[in-house]
Write a protein that binds this ligand. Structure first.
Ligand SMILES: [Zn+2]
Length: 360
């Protein structure tokens, strides 16, 4: 007898079915062998049992069909079978990133259902999902031994604070893996944060102070050319003729290039000097908060978010030069910083330990 198993819904109740697959939670799927055999040679082997309608000790018959007990539960089996069936009978199911995806992944690997495995990988690599739930994707990919997707999810984790709060799928992740992930995140943060200690990467990008004059503010009322005079005379003053206004009532840190109208306050510290030049205060503030942010979340989003805030606050300060040009200044610097952040992160390895039975 069949015990208390129930039949699955359409299309797995088909009258022309020639075998029954019973899920681990006792749902019987009446299926057509041909579809499964075509989808997977492993399934074909599994289904290749001698034709007989008689029950025996090791064989169960239900409604005249042989019953094969599967290790997969009802939900996983339903997903796999729908993928195996032609679309005229069953549409491919949408794969949601949830904990049961691990079982789908393992089963698709077990039965060599490569197409399904690829689809699971694709679901785990979805940008929007990774953005919303990087830790859940990490836990599922790691448990499902999807190596590439695990690394990808670890990268997306960098968009969140170092110490996570509770997340869906936390039960799937081992303490060892979580520790490896947090260590990776911390190393990425430290590596990126170290960029602020040596700004030669900005200098070598711009090659001359002229090319990045927008950040500079000589810390004295009058422009001085001693430190950066080479080749910059021609440009200096070209657009600065009407820039003298405001020089008396406020300390004007006229800089190189076309920024002589700048009325921004200059930094009083020696931080973030480039080509020997003092920076404007807003740039120092930007660097301070951005690098603090990057230490916690070393990723493009952090750069973009602080750039946007800086553009807004500089505009609010009303400098006749910077409030108009800040977006341009920061656009280029944002690209450079993002590239450096991504370069830094790419050098850090996620040290996960793979057991010897793991094949990925
Ligand atoms: Zn300014």
């Amino acid at each position: 007898m069949t015990g208390d198993s129930a039949y699955a819904a359409a299309p797995f109740d088909h009258g022309k079915a020639d075998i029954i697959l019973r899920s681990s939670d006792n749902i019987d799927f009446r299926v057509i062998k041909l579809f499964l055999s075509l989808a997977s040679s492993s399934l074909e082997t599994l289904l290749h049992i001698p034709q007989s309608t008689e029950a025996s000790n090791d064989r169960e018959i239900k409604d005249g069909l042989a019953v094969i007990r599967m290790q997969e539960n009802n939900k996983t089996l339903d997903t796999l079978l729908r993928f195996c069936y032609p679309c005229t009978l069953a549409e491919d199911p949408k794969l949601k990133v949830a904990e049961d995806l691990v079982e789908v992944l393992e089963a698709s690997r077990k039965y060599s259902l490569d197409t399904i495995e690829r689809k699971v990988h694709r679901a785990l690599s979805n940008h929007e999902t990774l953005k919303a739930e990087p830790l859940r994707c990490f836990a599922i990919a790691r448990r499902g031994r999807a190596h590439k997707e695990t690394l990808l999810a670890a990268k997306y984790k960098l968009t969140q604070p170092l110490i996570p709060s509770w997340f869906q799928g936390i039960g799937l992740i081992t303490a060892t893996d979580l520790l490896a992930l947090l260590t990776y995140h911390q190393k990425c943060g430290d590596t990126v944060y170290a960029l602020k200690n040596d700004l030669s990467w900005i200098e070598s990008h711009h090659r001359s102070s002229k090319a990045c004059a927008w950040f500079s503010s000589e810390n004295r009322p009058n422009p001085r050319s001693s430190e950066t005079s080479k080749g910059e005379k021609g440009k200096r003053g070209k657009k600065g003729e009407k820039g003298e206004r405001g020089k008396k009532e406020k300390v004007v840190y006229a800089s190189e290039s076309d920024d002589s109208r700048c009325q921004c306050i200059g930094s009083t510290t020696a931080k973030y000097r480039l080509f020997g030049s003092q920076s404007r205060e807003w740039w120092e503030d930007f660097m301070e908060v951005t690098f603090l942010g990057l230490r916690d979340k070393p990723c493009r989003t952090t750069v973009e978010s602080f750039v946007a805030k800086t553009v807004q606050s500089v505009r609010a300060q009303g400098c006749p030069n910077c409030s108009f040009n800040i977006a341009n200044y920061m656009r280029d610097f944002s690209k450079l910083l993002t590239r450096k952040v991504e370069e830094g992160v790419s050098k850090i390895d996620l040290n996960l330990v793979y057991s010897t039975s793991s094949t990925v």
